[in-house]
Design a protein around this ligand. Structure first.
Ligand SMILES: N[C@@H](CCC(=O)N[C@@H](CS)C(=O)NCC(=O)O)C(=O)O
Length: 80
């Protein structure tokens, strides 16, 4: 599995998730949507939304699952 967090620095909900990352067992790539407009575009194309934080979960076959809500993302990542 691959994990990527779509976020930007000034977003307090993103900060909640970012602060939880050191405690999670998997590697989560950080994708700053302000610094990299292509990340925002990719998220919008896939989900129809640009809300952050958003976690992209990609399985071995390339199947993508996009997860919203900081609380859900933290609960999911800390349960792995
Ligand atoms: N309930 C959501 C709130 C997320 C949220 O409001 N994010 C803001 C940035 S701080 C945002 O992306 N707003 C723009 C939008 O929803 O398109 C969470 O906890 O993740």
């Amino acid at each position: 599995m691959k994990y990527a967090l779509y976020y930007y620095d000034m977003c307090p909900f993103c900060q909640r998730v970012l602060h939880a990352l050191p405690g999670v067992k998997v590697k989560v790539e950080r994708r700053n949507v302000m610094q990299n407009p292509q990340y925002r575009q990719q998220q919008q194309q896939a989900t129809g939304r640009t809300t952050v934080p958003c976690l992209l979960i990609e399985d071995e076959s390339g199947k993508e699952t996009w997860m919203y809500e900081s609380g859900d993302i933290i609960r999911y990542l800390t349960s792995l």
